[in-house]
Design a protein around this ligand. Structure first.
Ligand SMILES: Cc1ncc(COP(=O)(O)O)c(C=O)c1O
Length: 381
């Protein structure tokens, strides 16, 4: 492996992030407290939502959102097959059944028409996933939800800073869950955020993320403490965000617009550089969205090499790639439990065979992009 390995993604952390973490360590307050509360306020302001609630992962945020929405045994929740396993897993954790609806070929997001066809009297919620940072067709999805009385929980793991029509992702559906995992557009290491404009949903998430208790460490042990003990009204989880990690998120959130702009410029450079290469289809972004360019996903078209050969050729040349995602219905667990078969989701299956995510992160430069494009050209040309 060459020592100038170019990974598919890398966080951009600076001295201010380090200083903020050190400040938290010196403060002695490591769990939920002032830094998390500040990150929550600033994140809510960024997306324009009433409430932003820090959690320790997007997965936790999605799980809590389903529970807050009252999803449970006997219910069905519709989502996309082209997503990370966690999106479907949390539906099982809530005791409900995941139902998959095929995707649109243009942006690889869930197809509203397919959602409509999968609705039954048991359908309770929808989880659209903003694939690669490109928001789904939310007006159509919200319209379906209104007509069938469904809760819309957006999986915005990869969509921090993306926009749809006049709104930021995080201020569209009933609940939205974001991920701050290291490869995401902003990071806290592990971590996530749930946003909502609904006070009742927010209150439930606040309780459920903290064991279902009616108070947290901050209001029991800090100088602002007003509680001597707690009571529990529902068995919850230990899903809260903590200050040690929230302190990384403060600087990251501040730099999110700069990160996303760098990604946009690099993506534009990729697209222009690939223009002469017939075998490569570049990602399309619809006119009604602003992408945060979380991923740069190319698709092979009539190429002499397979996707696996392209990935292997790039790896030999010191370039990391990945596939987002191995479809839910292909995973052995889902196949066995629900009897999914190849052919069930034809658009997803056809597109899955030819997608490959290339390196894209703010610390890259145009020379890196050119290196990737010329390596792809060599392999497919
Ligand atoms: C679409 C999607 N949903 C959910 C998750 C889970 O996020 P987290 O790792 O913060 O739990 C991811 C993470 O990669 C993702 O890509």
């Amino acid at each position: 492996m060459p020592d100038d390995f170019l990974p598919i993604a890398q966080p951009d952390l600076d001295d201010d992030d380090v200083a903020e973490v050190v400040d938290t360590l010196r403060s002695g307050w490591l769990v939920y407290g002032p830094k998390t509360q500040r990150l929550e306020r600033e994140f809510a302001e960024m997306v324009g939502a009433e409430y932003a609630l820090g959690v320790n992962s997007c997965t936790a945020g999605l799980h809590l959102s389903l529970l807050a929405a009252g999803v449970g045994p006997g219910d069905e929740v519709i989502t996309t097959p082209l997503t990370f396993a966690a999106t479907a897993n949390v539906i099982l954790h809530a005791g409900a059944t995941p139902v998959l609806a095929d995707i649109c070929a243009d942006d690889l997001n869930i197809d509203p028409e397919q959602i409509e066809r999968r609705i039954t009297p048991r359908t309770r919620a929808l989880i659209p996933v903003h694939y690669a940072g490109i928001p789904c067709r939310m007006d159509e999805i919200l319209d379906i939800a209104r007509r069938h009385n469904l809760t819309v929980i957006e999986d915005a793991a990869t969509a921090a800073g993306s926009g749809y029509r006049e709104r930021m992702v995080g201020n569209i559906g009933d609940l939205t869950a974001f991920s701050f995992y290291p490869v995401k557009n902003m990071t806290t290491g592990q971590g996530g955020m749930v946003t909502t404009n609904d006070k009742a949903l927010a209150d439930q998430i606040v309780a459920l993320r903290n064991h279902g208790l009616d108070s947290n460490a901050w209001n029991r042990y800090s100088s602002e403490a007003n509680r001597l003990f707690y009571t529990m009204s529902a068995p919850g989880f230990n899903y809260g965000m903590f200050d040690l990690l929230a302190s990384i998120g403060l600087g990251q959130l501040n730099r999110l617009p700069e990160f996303n702009e760098k990604r946009r410029v690099l993506a534009g450079h990729y697209t222009r550089a690939f223009a002469g290469l017939r075998q490569i289809e570049t990602p399309a972004v619809r006119d009604d969205v602003t992408s945060n360019w979380h991923l740069y996903v190319i698709r092979l078209r009539d190429a002499k090499v397979t996707r696996a050969e392209l990935a292997a050729g790039l790896k030999e040349r010191g370039i990391g790639t990945s596939v987002h995602y191995y479809p839910i219905h292909y995973h052995p667990y889902y196949r066995e439990r629900f009897g999914f078969r190849s052919g069930d989701y034809p658009v997803c299956e056809a597109e899955f065979e030819r997608i490959l995510s290339l390196p894209l992160f703010p610390k890259m430069n145009e020379a890196d992009v050119e290196r990737v494009v010329s390596a792809v050209g060599e392999i497919v040309g």
